[in-house]
Design a protein around this ligand. Sequence first.
Ligand SMILES: Cc1cc2nc3c(=O)[nH]c(=O)nc-3n(C[C@H](O)[C@H](O)[C@H](O)COP(=O)(O)O)c2cc1C
Length: 193
Amino acid sequence: MRVIMRIVGICGSPRKAGNTEFLLNEALAVANEYGFQTERLLCSELAVGFCNDCGDCSKGRECPKRDDMPEFLRAMQEAEGIIVASPVYFGNITAQLKAVFDRTIPLRRQDFKLRNKVGCAMAVGGSRNGGQEKTLDAIHAWMHIQGMIVVGDDAHFGGIAVRPAAEDRIGRKTVVASASKLCDLLLKNNKRE
Ligand SMILES: Cc1cc2nc3c(=O)[nH]c(=O)nc-3n(C[C@H](O)[C@H](O)[C@H](O)COP(=O)(O)O)c2cc1C
C-alpha cells in the first residue's frame, strides 16, 4: 500500500500574495503533481512571538507561549518534506521566519522530531545579488541543526529569484528544480522502506 506523504511549505514574508508566496505556490504545485499532499503556512497570516529561552521545553514541558506556533509545530511534524521560502531582508531571512525557527527548539530538545525530514529553501530579493544565497544559508542552518536532510536545486543551493518573481524565468526554474529534487528523494526513500 502506498502511503500518501505530506509536504509543508512555509512562507516567511509578512506580505500577503507577494513574490515569496508566488514562488512557494509554484514549489507546492510541483509537489502536488508528484502526488504529495501539501499544506501552506504563511507568516502573513500566523503570528508567532519570540523564544525567551525560559527552559520549559528542556524539561519536557510544553511551551508556555500562547500564539499560532502550534500550527507550525503540528504541520512540520506531520510532513515528510519541508519547503521554506523567504524574502531577503538585509541579506537574511525575515524576523517573522526567524521567530518561527527559534520557536521550533522544543522539537530539537524533545527527541529531534524533525530528524531526517527532507528540506529545501528558496529566497527572493529586490536585487539580483541582494543576499539570496545568504538567506538560503540561514534556512539551511536551521534545517541542519534540526537534523534534517537538505537538498538544493540539483546544481546550486536552491530556489533563487529576483522581484518580480513572476517574470524571473531562470529563478522560477531553480524553484521548480529544488521542489522536484525534494520530491524525488522522498519517493526514493519511500520505495526503500
Ligand atoms: C526590510 C526590507 C529589507 C530588504 N532587504 C533586501 C536585501 O537585503 N536584498 C534584496 O535583494 N532585497 C531586499 N528587500 C526587498 C525584498 O526582498 C523584496 O521586495 C521581496 O520580493 C519581498 O518579498 P515579498 O513580495 O514576498 O514580500 C528588502 C525589503 C524589505 C522590506
